[in-house]
Ligand binder design. Structure first.
Ligand code: CA
Length: 316
């Protein structure tokens, strides 16, 4: 025990405030999410009457759900040219939202009706419906669970067979406002989430809800008139092409993009910027850190261990 006390006292004499600040910055940087880049691979037409709410691919086929009362549909569209293959009108009383596919079932959310509608994938005949608590915004599915957004920063988890609520996933981030999560895409162990009224797709860990990265798609052309409601919404992973199809509400185009991590220099700048954003947003931590720095600076200038360590030695 005495040996350990000596080590700690000795170490305290060589600690420099700059080293402490560096450690603080490294600590903060570990909680910062990364920024992703994208390449535009190809573009196909998108029906500009489609108020896109959900987009998903299965076995090379693309399915879309659309919203607005009296205009909501579930659709299959050609991934080659964007043309409509088949569609089915939802009841006029339903405002369609996101969709996902489980085997040969298409599940379509309704916004405020408290229902999830089920259609047969190959006929679009409605085969069932399920109750949903709260609002429905976006939906995607893994093999063992369905994820549902409701416009908050929390996702509901449903059983893929019964659609009963089995849990929830709180999405967390130190630096970003991640409310208004909307259309979803489940890929691997991640959830890609459109954020309503923004050009951002947030990449979320499906395991713990932590925000991993954010994709900024503000440079993609929408072809819209600029109506504020015609926002980016709709993301579907294309396994064959190893990219994401993305579009928006009433967009005239749909884009296939490749997603990549930004280059090292740009990534470093993002991290540095984010670090200072973190410091600004974590005022309490900064104040505590300044107090620690002041204490150690005084201790070093007096060439003696800080009071706390002196007390520790005396106790020993
Ligand atoms: Ca999707």
């Amino acid at each position: 025990m005495e040996r350990r006390s000596d080590d700690m006292a000795s170490t305290s004499n060589v600690l420099h405030p700059a080293a402490i600040l560096l450690s603080l910055l490294i600590m903060l940087s570990t909680s910062v999410s990364a920024t992703l880049g994208h390449n535009l691979v190809s573009t196909i037409p998108h029906d500009d009457s489609a108020f896109t709410q959900g987009l998903e691919m299965q076995d090379g086929r693309m399915f879309e759900s659309t919203g607005l009362y009296e205009h909501s549909q579930v659709r299959e569209i050609s991934v080659e040219d964007g043309s409509l293959i088949r569609s089915h009108d939802l009841n006029d009383s339903f405002f369609g939202e996101g969709l996902t596919l489980i085997d040969d079932r298409i599940l379509v959310l309704t916004w405020k009706a408290g229902l999830i509608l089920e259609f047969q994938r190959d006929t679009f005949n409605q085969s069932n419906h399920y109750n949903l608590e709260g609002e429905g915004w976006g939906m995607c599915s893994f093999e063992d669970r369905i994820m549902v957004s409701d416009g908050t920063d929390q996702l509901s988890i449903l059983d893929p067979l019964t659609l009963e609520l089995t849990g929830s996933l709180q999405v967390s981030s130190n630096n970003h406002d991640i409310s208004n999560l909307n259309e979803l895409e489940c890929v691997g162990d991640k959830i890609y989430a459109n954020q309503w009224m923004s050009p951002f797709v947030h990449v979320i860990s499906a395991n713990d809800g932590e925000l991993i990265a954010t994709l900024d798609l503000s440079t993609l052309p929408s072809g819209t008139s600029g109506d504020r409601n015609e926002v980016l919404n709709g993301i579907a992973w294309d396994e064959e092409r190893q990219g994401f199809w993305v579009t928006g509400k009433n967009w005239t185009t749909m884009h296939l993009i490749e997603v990549y991590e930004t280059d090292q220099n740009e990534y470093s700048r993002d991290i540095e910027d984010s670090i200072f954003d973190s410091i600004a947003s974590e005022k309490n931590l900064l104040l505590i850190s300044l107090a620690v720095l002041a204490t150690f600076a005084v201790a070093v200038s007096l060439n003696q261990p800080p009071p706390s360590l002196s007390a520790y030695n005396e106790d020993e």
